[in-house]
Design a protein around this ligand. Sequence first.
Ligand SMILES: C[S@@+](CC[C@H](N)C(=O)[O-])C[C@H]1O[C@@H](n2cnc3c(N)ncnc32)[C@H](O)[C@@H]1O
Length: 373
Amino acid sequence: MILEIVKKEIEKSGLISFQRFVELSLFHPEYGYYCSGKARIGKTGDFYTAPSAHRSFGETISRLLVKASLLLESEKFAVVEFGASDGQLALDILTVLCENHPELYARTEYIISEISPVATRAAREKLAEHCEKVWWTNDLKKIEDGGFCGVVIANEFLDSLPFHRLKSDGGEIREIFLSLRDGEIEEVLRDLQTEALCQFSKRYLGQYMEGREAEACLLAEKWLVEVEKSLQKGFVLTIDYGSLASELYSPEKRKGTWRCFYRHKLSSNPYIRVGEQDITADVNFSELIRIGDALNLATVKYTTQGQFLIDWGILEIFRMYDKPQDQKDRLAAKTLFMPEFMGTKFKALLQAKGLSDEELLEFYEDGPFRIAL
Ligand SMILES: C[S@@+](CC[C@H](N)C(=O)[O-])C[C@H]1O[C@@H](n2cnc3c(N)ncnc32)[C@H](O)[C@@H]1O
């Protein structure tokens, strides 16, 4: 169905960008992978995410939230989660706050931005016992006049945003578009059409060898700019697979990093199972750090997910699963920080606004620091 919609749009406009193709495939309001409810996370779905793997992910992030709330000392404490899907992370966090930190729970507002109505319905059900604490909006301006104080969380959110595909061709960086030949989709190259893509290409793809590909997710920049605008004081925590540009655009990644997932199987063909498989690409953390530097967001920490979780005490939480019947739990929790699972491929970036270097040093003992982008 969605393939027909894609083809019709190409027929009408002659060409569409790969970004537009991903947008339709994943977020068409009726048939897109995420919006239609086809996206399933976890064992019986297409891929795992950290909250679906084990609750200790949320339990560990709760520790950061508690410390952040002490530093911020605001009357209301906002936790704003992007792409919360069925609300598993929200549930794990709110459960910890409710059981162990009632004073903080009382002044916490948990705000979710989620594009999928199906996921939102599932989350409303899952979070029923916290219904007075949670609300949904895709408009950050609605959260608080003058900006909110608190923590923004984006776990595996940015990797799901539509992205452009670029390719080095005859000494130039060009963009991959889709056209139709005999009714079938064909990839064609065109010159870069926006100043933003030209700038991106200059910044990261200056020395790109012939035939190499890379992705550019301009929506990530837009997202961070909007988040910064509406955050008065607090933190932005982004956790996702990806890396700094030096690694992301290294010669080994000839075809870029984008890929499709269907029932835990990887595929490199985005034109099959359209609307039924996920299409995703690694996050360029250099870009988030660069944008943060240009705004008012200081980099507090950039590290692997494994190290980040260890810094915030996952090993202490992990030791609680020490009974023989906890073996399955222990194994699941381990996948979050062991290097061979999610420990190193996933990275965590913590950025802060409105806090002094001294406050940040106290908050995260070996930060803040400068990173070579
Ligand atoms: C890969 S899933 C991750 C879900 C969850 N954060 C987790 O870790 O299990 C990405 C989620 O982001 C949501 N999403 C994607 N683009 C969005 C947007 N522009 N606004 C709000 N939610 C979005 C999707 O619907 C999906 O639920």
